[in-house]
Design a protein around this ligand. Structure first.
Ligand code: CA
Length: 226
């Protein structure tokens, strides 16, 4: 679920936002200072930031300006006055949306949803097809534009890992994805599929290690190692 960082110094306003956003299934973090928000975003990036303009330390404008030096995260401004909004619109601060107080928390939640929806198609084509392209109909996967020659099991295994990057799958879960019933030797069975899969991937990129081993846990697909 997307994580929303709320930067607002008035607890009552933050509370209504938290309530509305959590009602839509988002997780939230609430901070009341601009500098703390910047630090937080560096350490644990949120998917969207709701940023009050009038903050006790540095303004929302300044926070956004500094944020843009290291992050493209969508920002929605909260403004106390229409006059402030002129600046949001007039200056190119890099905001994605804004609302004027008093606002309806439900409307804010709906706009947050809309912004994130807009973002998704932008992000997806950049990440996935560059390295791996899955063609389920032809039961084929290309890696760095080269079609891999995979067995049916290897295809299912790789597809399962690719669909959820960075998720660690246990051998049992992977076996499930293959549609094979677990028997005594299933763990080694999966290991040998992974081994032959890795050999095929190395033929394309010798130094890469897109399938990572997690000792005692299982395997994951790591885009940063691909
Ligand atoms: Ca304020």
């Amino acid at each position: 679920m997307p994580h929303i960082l709320i930067v607002e110094d008035e607890a009552a306003i933050a509370d209504t936002l938290i309530f509305a956003l959590q009602g839509e299934g988002f997780t939230t973090t609430w901070l009341s200072l601009g500098r703390a928000a910047l630090e937080h975003q560096r350490a644990t990036p949120a998917d969207l930031i709701i940023l009050d303009i009038g903050l006790p330390d540095i303004s929302g404008f300044e926070t956004c300006k500094q944020l843009r030096r290291f992050s493209e995260v969508p920002v929605m401004f909260l403004s106390a006055r229409d006059g402030e909004i002129d600046r949001v619109v007039g200056l190119e601060i890099g905001a994605d949306d804004y609302v004027v107080k008093p606002f309806s928390p439900r409307e804010v939640a709906a706009r947050v949803k809309a912004i994130l929806k807009r973002m998704t198609p932008r992000a997806a084509p950049e990440v996935a097809p560059v390295l791996f392209v899955i063609d389920p109909e032809r039961v084929q996967i290309s890696y760095r534009s080269q079609p891999l020659s995979l067995t049916r099991h290897e295809f299912r295994l790789l597809q399962c890992l690719l669909e959820q990057p960075e998720r660690v799958f246990s051998r049992e879960q992977l076996l499930d994805a293959l549609g094979v019933v677990a028997d005594v030797g299933y763990e080694r069975n999966i290991d040998s599929h992974v081994k032959s899969l890795r050999a095929k991937l190395r033929l394309v990129a010798a130094q890469a290690e897109p399938i990572q081993t997690h000792r005692g846990l299982g395997y994951s697909y790591s885009p940063s190692h691909a």
